[in-house]
Design a protein around this ligand. Sequence first.
Ligand SMILES: [Zn+2]
Ligand SMILES: [Zn+2]
Length: 104
Amino acid sequence: MGPPNRTLVGPYPINPPAVPAYPQGPAQLAAPATPHPPWNNLRCGWAGCAYTGSFTREADLWRHIRNLHVAPGSFPCFICGQTFNQLYNQRSHMRARHPEMMLH
Ligand SMILES: [Zn+2]
Ligand SMILES: [Zn+2]
């Protein structure tokens, strides 16, 4: 018996939605090494943003938003564009206004 596999945790700024639970067992070792969250086609919804591509990771979307749209140190809601000066406030907003992004 080997040690438990703990490689699925990523640096998501919000609680990552539950990823599909892969069946565990020797026959399932060929499962993807880096399972994507269900919202892996993120788009920047910032008003006036000219970027039309999508992001496969939320961290990449955050970096785009922070680099192009908000000042460093602020925490934007990437759904509606509202900004917060504390991550806690942004998370509370996400839970209250965009629960589907938190619980999928
Ligand atoms: Zn943008
Ligand atoms: Zn929002």
